[in-house]
Design a protein around this ligand. Structure first.
Ligand code: G4P
Length: 524
């Protein structure tokens, strides 16, 4: 048992949240490079191809010829086993992206220094914040001219509503990027862009001055950074590990993923302060500790193969406790069926395919022939158990849907019902006329839905876009159907709960002003 505890304490399972192009792929590649998984960093381009956009990591896989199965990567870094879970970007943004955040213990937020907080970062951040998981911020692209660092940090606090603690402070940017003034480690990290990954650490004296004579000490870039950092240290937030762990304070780092400068400093602090796997709550209010001897886990994602010739799917399991052993038998809580876990896969463990051993925090892939659904719990032993259900997320884009061929109504309904249960799409109906409306958080979900309806259920569908809507639930007791208008369509969700789809923020505000006593709510 001591071994499991020890192994779990070395796990760091996280996701990178960022807006497309902020540098997620580049920083992931740096991590692979420092961990020795790849020999050269800086040549992979995260360009997407094909109708169903693949993860950027697929590009890494192709170029490197290594066994990266998109979605999860596992590498050793500084004695830790680091599990990175992918959060797909623009075209493939979907509810899966949000659910992925339910399977990690912390998040790294990458921000482009020229752009600041962008919409996708904000959305992903909010999901992490609601879970209260620690968030580590990396402000990227300091090798280019960007916005003022003080500005970026205050934007972080204002827009996201989280306290920030700069772990280091940039001395200049772009061409005059001298390096990082690092009050946390009490040193200056000098940038030598002419050398590959070039950096030097210089100690500080009691006054916070770099020890020794260096010409850069006369520059305004240095003195300004030193003043800013000292001021922040005195007047800003205090470093508080507990607050970091609770997701109330984000440590902020600066650097350049492209040149690699500052990335290692960031990763070293990350593995030090990011939490190892902790306990999970069960539906009955129990707690499962990661070193519990029962093997337990839940399925947070199912990746269906888009190739219609192969119906194979991979169910991604986040292990919550115990130890996985190949060939072990587990019970699937939803059906009570016993399943032997013989056909499993792990992701990029030096090209090993079969999982030999895995513990809490690890993510394994089960080849699935249709047994599993998102949110399923699996466990070993006799005592039944189910983890808290995964949350549903408030959809933002809507389409009306109908069967192309009226003769195919049966397969149309069956397909919709199953795909809805699987969590691929959310189904709503207009309140009185029961017309079908589909809701999703990303456009790709509709395309996948259409494709799967055709190929798996032989039902061609017609989708009529309704665009973005703001969905808000209303207590049925407070509902008056007359509240509905052209700007706020009244619908019901799959549990027959009333939901308004507001045309935009103005329509929502207008409603709130008109009905101040009505309580509106949203999903997770
Ligand atoms: P993503 O996964 O978050 O979408 O971003 P990705 O890492 O693919 O980076 C997006 C673009 O930003 C890439 O350029 C990449 O080279 C660049 N980039 C990433 N980190 C840095 C950085 O620290 N500094 C600078 N200057 N650029 C950075 P691209 O236009 O897609 O390719 P390329 O033609 O520039 O190579």
């Amino acid at each position: 048992m001591k071994d499991i505890k020890e192994a779990v304490s070395k796990r760091k399972t996280f996701a990178i949240i960022s807006h497309p192009d902020a540098g997620k792929t580049t920083i992931t590649e740096r991590l692979l490079f420092y961990s020795g998984a790849i020999r050269q960093a800086g040549t992979v381009k995260g360009k997407k191809t094909g109708k169903f956009a693949k993860s950027d990591w697929m590009a890494i896989e192709k170029q490197r010829g290594i066994s990266v199965t998109s979605s999860v990567m596992q590498v050793d870094y500084d004695g830790f086993q680091v599990n990175i879970v992918d959060t797909p970007g623009h075209e493939d943004f979907s509810e899966d992206t949000y659910r992925t955040l339910m399977a990690v213990d912390s998040a790294v937020m990458v921000i482009d220094s020229a752009k600041g907080i962008e919409p996708q970062t904000k959305k992903l951040f909010e999901v992490c914040a609601r879970r209260g998981i620690p968030i580590f911020t990396f402000i990227n692209k300091m090798d280019r001219d960007g916005r003022e660092p003080l500005d970026l940090v205050s934007e972080l606090e204002d827009v996201l509503g989280i306290s920030a603690y700069p772990m280091n402070w940039p001395m200049g940017m772009g061409k005059s990027f001298l390096g990082l003034y690092d009050l946390h480690n009490y040193r200056v990290e000098l940038n030598h862009p002419e050398e590959a990954d070039g950096h030097d650490f210089l100690p500080l004296d009691e006054e916070g001055e770099v020890v020794g004579d260096y010409p850069f000490k006369q520059t305004s870039v240095y003195t300004q950074a030193m003043e800013d950092a000292t001021l922040l240290n005195e007047a800003g937030n205090v470093f508080d590990e507990e607050a970091i762990r609770k997701g109330q304070l984000t440590p902020v780092f600066f650097g350049s993923a492209l040149t690699g400068f500052g990335v290692q400093t960031f990763l070293d602090a990350f593995v030090d302060y990011a939490p190892s796997p902790s306990s999970h709550k069960t539906e009955e209010g129990g707690i499962i500790e990661p070193d519990d001897e029962r093997f337990t886990g839940f399925i947070f994602k199912i990746q269906a193969n888009m190739n219609p010739a192969h119906r194979d799917r991979i169910a991604f399991v986040r292990i919550c406790s115990g130890e996985f052993e190949p060939g072990m038998s587990v019970t699937l809580n939803r059906t009570g069926k016993s399943i032997k876990l013989s056909h499993t896969t792990q992701f990029m463990a030096d090209s090993r395919e079969q999982v030999d051993n895995a513990v809490a925090g690890d993510i394994i892939g089960l080849y699935d022939t249709g047994n599993f659904q998102i949110g399923d719990t699996i466990y070993s032993g006799k005592e039944a158990l189910a983890f808290e259900p995964l949350p549903q997320f408030t959809p933002e884009i809507f389409n009306r849907v109908a069967a192309k061929n009226v003769m195919k109504q049966k397969s149309f309904h069956k397909g919709i019902e199953q795909l809805m249960q699987e969590g691929a799409i959310q189904l709503y109906k207009t309140y009185h006329t029961n017309e079908y409306i589909l809701g999703a958080v990303g456009q790709l979900q509709f395309e996948v839905f259409q494709f799967r309806m055709k190929h798996e259920y032989n039902a061609e569908v017609m989708l009529t876009p309704m665009g973005s809507r703001i969905a808000r639930w209303i207590d049925p007791e407070q509902l008056d159907p007359k509240m509905s208008s052209g700007r706020n369509l009244l619908t019901k969700d799959r549990f027959d709960q009333p939901v308004f789809l507001f045309e935009n923020q103005f329509a929502l505000q207008w409603f709130v002003d008109k009905h101040p006593d009505v309580k509106l709510s949203q999903l997770f």
